[in-house]
Design a protein around this ligand. Sequence first.
Ligand code: GDP
Ligand code: MG
Length: 620
Amino acid sequence: VPVSNIRNFCIIAHIDHGKSTLADKLLQMTGTVQKREMKEQFLDNMDLERERGITIKLQAARMRYMLENEPYCLNLIDTPGHVDFSYEVSRSLAACEGALLVVDASQGVEAQTLANVYLALENNLEIIPIAIFLVRFVGDIGMISREWELVENLEMYSLGTDDVQVDIDVAKIIDFYSFHPNKRLVGYNRRIGAYQGNVESTRASLVLNKIDLPGAEPDRVIKEIEEVIGLDCSNAIRCSAKEGIGITEILNAIVERIPPPRDAARSPLRALIFDSYYDPYRGVIVYFRVIDGTVKKGDRIYFMASPAMQDYFADEIGVLSPNQMQVEELYAGEVGYLSASIRSVADARVGDTVTNYDRKAESSLPGYEEATPMVFCGLFPVDADQFPELRDALEKLQLNDAALKFEPETSSAMGFGFRCGFLGLLHMEIERLEREYNLSLITTAPSVVYRVNCVNGDTVECSNPSLLPEPGQRKSIEEPIVKIEMLTPKDYIGSLMELAQDRRGDFKEMKYITENRASIIYELPLAEMVGDFFDQLKSRSKGYASMEYTFVGYRESELIKLDIQINGDPVEPLSTIVHKDKIAFKDCKGTKASYCRRKVGLLASFAKSHVHPTPAVTNR
Ligand code: GDP
Ligand code: MG
């Protein structure tokens, strides 16, 4: 089909609002997949994901759709639904011209709904030709006109980008600052109210799902979205992904409301990588969207941000329908995959730009970020014989996870193991290791990366508490701080504030986004969040609260090292860095000792299989 008949879109939603179910229905309705070949959910193809209802890996699917005798090619790019993957979500959005915003009509706006909308808007500003469309689409739910003075701000973002298609609509639509949580979130309800007088024509993209549920209240939710996000929802599509209601309307809306990609096939190749995975036979499979130029089978290609600075031959190029299907060439606007005997996903990272080695693009696509691990912990096999298997498992996992780092660690009590670095709240990955590779692991308490300012003027980064410089050498310790936003029904406000306070949270702001729901913002140490914070949030709110977090920077804090001895012998991998106030010396009763109790619980499970426990907690 001509580029004018291509539509690239993604679905943004909070977890459980029905993104996968809707994606499956779109695939079925377009005849892309037959019902019988359909697994539970085609787009989530890992067991773990299906069980936990989260999408870890992004996937893509190409669909054919006929509307008024015209054939269209619709590319759905899936986005991960977990709080740790906002960078990946942002790259998927950057690969699209439009987004469907799915909201559960029996629930309403959740933290991730908001976060993803912000991301969509942010993206607009990064990659103008793409972004514009996104906004229009999201905007379709409610184009908020804005005054001319703010338009200037938007144009500043578009300067310096080649091929800027500054569409004046866009400029009028987005109030970037009022949407952007980091910039000027305060009082956006009222502000948007003020703009609603100027709502423009719509290209609706809001999908209200689960209208079949008896508890569905589409009108209330629409009102909430209008108030909270400031979008006009008069064109919202009501659907039930489960029952198949409203699916045709959605397909038509995709064709009618999402603009086609820009026709830039003659420029040098620039393709945006939005996902990659390692295949043992063909090497890394790269999923990409061609933004400019074309890519042909056999082309010599180059990854612009890869430290390897190596070129490859594209052995295989194809489309995802949703299974891989080889083609000869892909043009600007299309979505596909390639393989080129690439050894590890670290050489073809999400967000990187693929270009042609013999005709390189002048600049890479904006928005690329290195993946750096935020959280570290020690992993030791319960059964020492499993050490080689653990190493194999980690190596395999690393082929697929550019952010995973690990190095060997040994201790006389724990034996041989690894110190590992992960991107975010790590239990997911650890669970995967245990399950997929049949390992039984001892996990030490997670640690973040501390910055230690030493007496001699050096600053060292430390992610392993046992390597912390001696007390005499250190002047101060800084720790990473995150800003969290919790959205919760008002009944749980007290309990959640208590939780955040207990985790050394610094209260920033609370406001009611609707009569019944509040947004609570805290800044707190990442170290306090990596453990069970998310589980606590869920259990204290009976599952109704949601959260998002962003890294804000490093801050000095009164931290000390907690060493743990078993039978009088220090077990170094169990050392942790904790705040002074969290330690109750030698005493593991009472509220202040909660930290110690958790520690000892962990020790006890370790000791069961190794030594007889008489754990003693000492401080130094
Ligand atoms: P995701 O996390 O956004 O991908 O959500 P899923 O597609 O996995 O759906 C979460 C749950 O909601 C599943 O149990 C679905 O069966 C259910 N669900 C999805 N769409 C609908 C719908 O339209 N109506 C009802 N009643 N349930 C739905
Ligand atoms: Mg899903």
